[in-house]
Write a protein that binds this ligand. Structure first.
Ligand code: XMP
Length: 317
């Protein structure tokens, strides 16, 4: 029967044999899959694994620095690339969700390519593709196009003839977590909620500005830290905040204000295909809403999303 220990031993040996003394580049996202793939490869080939972690400026508050530190503590050879300005520039004035996704994908590949070119003689591109990605990608794109630009970081840069390594492509998510645990990756990292590749860009409805990103990062941090403090984080499959493109009236002293509305979303799910909204305690919602409105300038109203998937989706865009 399948055990994580046996999987690690077997895969490390296979990777050693396949890669030999060659160099491998891998895009880390901060998520479970790319992290487990990186640690497996690191076990097999050590310093010949070059990891790249791109800050697209649409990550959670402090996430770039925090996650980069964690990766370094794990002994990974990782280069953090802050390309926030480049992404924000590319997104300027764009409000169509698919256009935003496309721009982010395009800029990511440019940045990743530039970085990969700096690694002399790199032969392989590693990806954290897992079994459900493989299946979904076959059904969407046909069997030849197994590299998914939608969900996974990376994708094969056109002009680089890199061979692909996907050590997790036969695993389901829970098996990936067990393999990660077996290799000593921290439970906090392994238990992280899924987070979309385009990040906060698809949670800011409409066009994106640095100020909107800042507001949403603050709101999101209050919500997520609150879930942790209330020991609700692990009961929730995914959570986040959405910045709505409406202003609503409020009062401040004698004045009427028109400020932003944010929606909070927390769902239970097993695979993201269907999802139910979480029945979070009223007291938690009350405290969270107060904290957000008191602390985040520019927000005067908080709503909680009570829609399930289907027909609603988890994200709003
Ligand atoms: P929806 O909104 O379709 O989301 O119910 C299902 C899961 O997919 C994530 N998601 C994305 N992930 N790029 C990603 O990497 C995307 O463009 C994207 N759109 C949605 C979403 O966060 C949820 O986990």
């Amino acid at each position: 029967s399948w055990t994580p220990g046996a999987f690690v031993d077997l895969t490390v040996n296979e990777l050693k044999e396949k890669i030999g003394e060659d160099k491998v580049v891998l895009g880390l996202s901060g998520g479970v899959d790319s992290t487990v793939a990186a640690v497996l490869l690191h076990k097999a080939i050590g310093k010949n694994l070059y990891c790249i972690f791109v800050n697209n400026g649409l990550l959670r508050k402090n996430e770039f620095v925090d996650v980069l530190d964690q990766y370094k503590d794990m002994g990974l050879n990782v280069k953090g690339v802050d390309a926030s300005a480049r992404f924000l520039k590319a997104l300027e004035g764009k409000s169509d969700p698919e256009e935003k996704r496309k721009e982010i994908g395009r800029v990511f590949i440019e940045v990743f390519d530039d970085e990969a070119h700096d690694i002399e003689d790199v032969k392989f591109l590693a990806q954290g593709t897992i079994y459900p990605d493989v299946i979904e990608s076959i059904s969407v794109n046909g069997p030849s196009a197994t590299i998914k630009s939608h969900h996974n970081v990376g994708g094969l840069p056109d002009f680089m003839k890199l061979k692909i390594v996907e050590p997790l492509r036969m695993l389901f998510k829970d098996e990936v977590r067990r393999v990660g645990k077996e290799m000593g990756i921290s439970p906090k990292l392994l238990g992280r909620h899924p987070f979309p590749g385009p990040g906060l860009a698809i949670r800011i409805l409409g066009d994106i500005t640095a100020e909107k990103v800042r507001i949403l990062q603050e709101v999101d941090a209050i919500f997520i830290n609150g879930l942790r403090e209330w020991e609700l984080y692990d009961k929730v499959w995914q959570a986040g905040a959405i910045l709505l493109p409406v202003q609503s009236v409020g009062v401040m002293g004698d004045e009427r204000t028109y400020e932003q509305v944010v929606a909070l979303r927390a769902v239970e799910s097993t695979d993201g295909m269907t999802a139910d909204w979480c029945n979070l305690p009223y007291e938690f919602l009350q405290k969270t809403s107060n904290t957000i409105i008191n602390r985040v300038k520019g927000v005067n109203r908080v709503v909680y999303d009570i829609s399930s998937k289907p027909p609603a989706t988890i994200e709003w865009e």
